[in-house]
Design a protein around this ligand. Sequence first.
Ligand code: SF4
Ligand code: SF4
Length: 306
Amino acid sequence: MDDIKGLVFLVVNGSFVDGHGIRTTVFLKGCPLQCIWCCNPEGQAFHPELKLTSAKCDGCGKCVAKCRTGAIQIYSGQEDAKVQVDRQLCTNCGECIAACYTGALDCFGKYYTVEELFNVVKKDEQFYRSSGGGVTIGGGEATWQPEFTLQFIKKCKENYIHTALDTCGYVTVPEGIKALEEADLLLFDLKGMDVEQHVKSTGVSNEPILENLKKVDALGKPIIIRLPVIPGYTDSATSLKHTAEFLSRLTSVERVDVMPVHEYGKIKYEQLGKAYKLKVQPIPEQRQEEIVTLLESYGLIAQIGG
Ligand code: SF4
Ligand code: SF4
């Protein structure tokens, strides 16, 4: 177990979302989906990635000499000099980061052994116990680092720490399925029932996702469903009705969280040098309430956010 390393891009302590009570959420890198509305684009690639925060760059140029591929160049911005990174040339080696004293250059992704990550989350153990909280493993899609995720969940459970696994449900290997089975609580994302629309929105079919949801539902452990509501992608009346019908046939769904679209992840696209393609307006509160009411009309417990 000591040899297994997981690639983590974020650890959030003291979280009141992503499960019950006070939690620490660890976000693992790498995801088989490419959702157009993804708010964690730094969780998509399976390798560490250079993060550039232009606002922090003072144009000193120290990083330029460190780059062996010539990926970094200084250019004159609107007010002062800044760097830009050619992502075709950048190998994400990270050698430029140490030269940057302003913190403009950093890395998305750090490797941990199970023991190292456990020692990070263990620090808040007393808060988990007093609040009925625990550790949530999210991403990216944690089950695509299957052995690490499974061993990490087991380690938490051996130490009586509650575990929640936040999953997109696109889990294709046995160890990943075991991780779903091992977690105490599943936060299961559902992004629509129409196969063609799902492929257009996420890059993959929803068929394995729905099959996995039926399988884990049969285990009888609690599941919180998360429905991202993205205008033009997941919010059609037909899609929501079919989703509600499907969920009403399951037996382990504790609650459905309606997750309205937001743009919190936009800055991270800039930091990765990626284009932000989503163009939607916020969803009016009345529409959010209507979706909750629809789900409730199918006997489901639903709320906005989660
Ligand atoms: S991460 Fe490596 S390749 Fe990319 S800009 Fe920095 S030094 Fe160059
Ligand atoms: S070392 Fe940092 S602050 Fe200096 S030019 Fe490079 S990115 Fe900007």
